[in-house]
Design a protein around this ligand. Sequence first.
Ligand code: FAD
Length: 317
Amino acid sequence: MKVTDHIKKAKGKTLFSFEIIPPVKGKSIQELYDNIDPLMEFKPPFIDVTTSREEYVYIDRDGLLDKKLTRMRPGTLGICASIKHKYDVDTVPHVLCGGFTKEETEYLLVDCHYLGIENVMALRGDAMKEEKYFAPTRGGHQYASELVKQIHDINGGNYLHEVIETDDCASFCIGVAGYPEKHMEAPSLQSDLRRLKEKVDLGADYVVTQMFFDNQKFFAFVEAAREMGINVPIIPGIKPIAVKRHLQLLPQVFRVDIPQDLVDAVDACKTNKDVRQVGVEWCIQQSKELKEAGVPVLHYYSMGKSDNIKAVAKEVF
Ligand code: FAD
């Protein structure tokens, strides 16, 4: 079922969902299941599975370093299929511009359709670790909006090189990313919102936001988006702080602000357990306020570990 249909069916009730990261190549999928199992009692209607960018690795060949391009966490679609089958839940693969040609994207979408996957998140992807700026793959897309258009075209039977008329046409529900504190490359929040509007005009059905720790920023973002005519559901993405290092890492990687009260509370912690508890409590307060405000879904970034998400969900759902 489509994410937007789940939202309609919930009739105003806030749903619970989360995002997982594929295991490192070669590792067992069991660890993923072990983290999903405790969250299933909160009945997520859908689970997102991220896609990692490829990266360079250096292989020592008798003293000479061989540079190879590889994806350290492959398997997004396989994981989506296995989770869908195991838990009978909808899964949302993240589809990236970076690292994929348009043809490869088309084949991926064909596979999704065969597997009964009805939702995809259309994302540009970040720059590779070695790159300062995002560079599109040769034959691939530069912006998520182009990817949205490709998916939307396939929904109408318009493939890259042919038009296919069939009774079993794909009908993907398309999610896109939004940034309450603006995307790091955007010159202003307003211009970033215009780009978001482009994605919606080209066929995006819903928005999931980057994580944020101050709900006022989310509320202001939604208001500005509505004023601009973005009328699709906007789903807040949030995450409990789990280790002290997040105070530096999250602003650096995701360009988000952390409110001073939260910084002080984490700084005052003596043990990792205390930090986790502070993160959970902050996230519970955030979640309760967002739920009260009537958000359609609370979407949690699990980043591989579910104990803290469970602790939050227990208090909120
Ligand atoms: P875009 O919408 O293409 O925007 C990128 C930048 O370009 C923005 O600054 C925008 O304002 C600007 N822009 C857009 N269109 C134009 C235009 N026509 N001309 C000029 N400027 C333009 N990354 C991963 O690698 N894997 C994942 O699984 C993943 N999942 C994510 C899930 C969520 C919910 C979010 C919020 C992010 C996720 N990301 C993921 C990170 C995302 O790929 C990065 O934030 C990326 O840098 C931007 O992606 P986007 O889809 O927002 O890009």
